[in-house]
Design a protein around this ligand. Sequence first.
Ligand code: MTE
Length: 337
Amino acid sequence: MLIKSTKSSDCHESDVTPESLYLSRRSLLCGAVTGLAASTLPSWASAQEPSRYADVEPGRAPTWFAEKLSHAQWQAVNVKDEAITPFKDATHYNNFYEFGTDKGDPAANAGALKTEPWSVVIDGEVAKPGRYALEDFMKPYQLEERIYRLRCVEAWSMVIPWLGFPISALLKQVEPTSKARFIRFETLQDPKVMPGQRSGFALIDWPYVEGLRLDEAMNPLAILAVGMYGRELPNQNGAPLRLVVPWKYGFKSIKSIVRISLVSEQPKTTWQSIAADEYGFYANVNPTVDHPRWTQARERRLPSGLFSPNVRETRMFNGYSEEVASLYTGLDLRKNY
Ligand code: MTE
């Protein structure tokens, strides 16, 4: 993994990656004109801008997002020699059970989710609790592009260019008390727009909940994302705010977050509550600890077809051992899966 430390305002040729990126947008991103233009255009104006990535469907980002985008630090973290997954696959092969259990359901059904206005509650063991409109919540943070592997426990994987900011920056703002040991995240509960929450067959006790140990959340790789592929998050990918923890199975990366709580006890998380023998609290990617029903030693890197399978060995901590292994020193990862 390559970690670059370019200034946000820099605009180098190195912004160009060999794979799937193109820079029709670069002139927009780097000119002083950009900030001015963004602030005077209507709130959906970024929909008009060409994307930094090929084949990206335009979104309707709010003004605050377009402004932040013009100061984003591109490729703050990258993966080496691995192609970015096509946008189409990343946005049409999803898990978001609130919108249905088939991989195509989130793209088909999440259009009804209204992400503006959106508010986020910060509560629990913090000096500065509150309910924030998303644009106020986002004010202190600069967007960074983090190109990460995403490994699902179902043994498929992708490489996604997220746009977000480190959770450590949020924790600095809200000031956890000395009692805070975990961070708990909660997804929106709105059965009117989320058909999965209306279904009598759903195993999930809504809302979807996830959590991290505080030191895991402080790790520089752990981010809250508001965008991907140089635009705001599509609804099916967890708009307008989701967690991304690349060394853990994808189910930890909770979508459409409305509440972030600092807590003293380990939170009861959704998948652990459903089947604790299959899904642990840690959920670190680990090729040596199999899921009871399938191996975790290998993964299908999407796109991967029946006649052109793209299978690769799964790496410990999804290839991020150097950055995160020290978090688990002395912990039995067979028991704490
Ligand atoms: N968050 C919520 N609220 N509901 C979900 O069903 N699915 C999880 C995670 N976050 C899920 C969720 C799972 S199992 C995975 S693999 C990732 O989202 C998938 O993210 P993606 O669809 O953006 O690839």
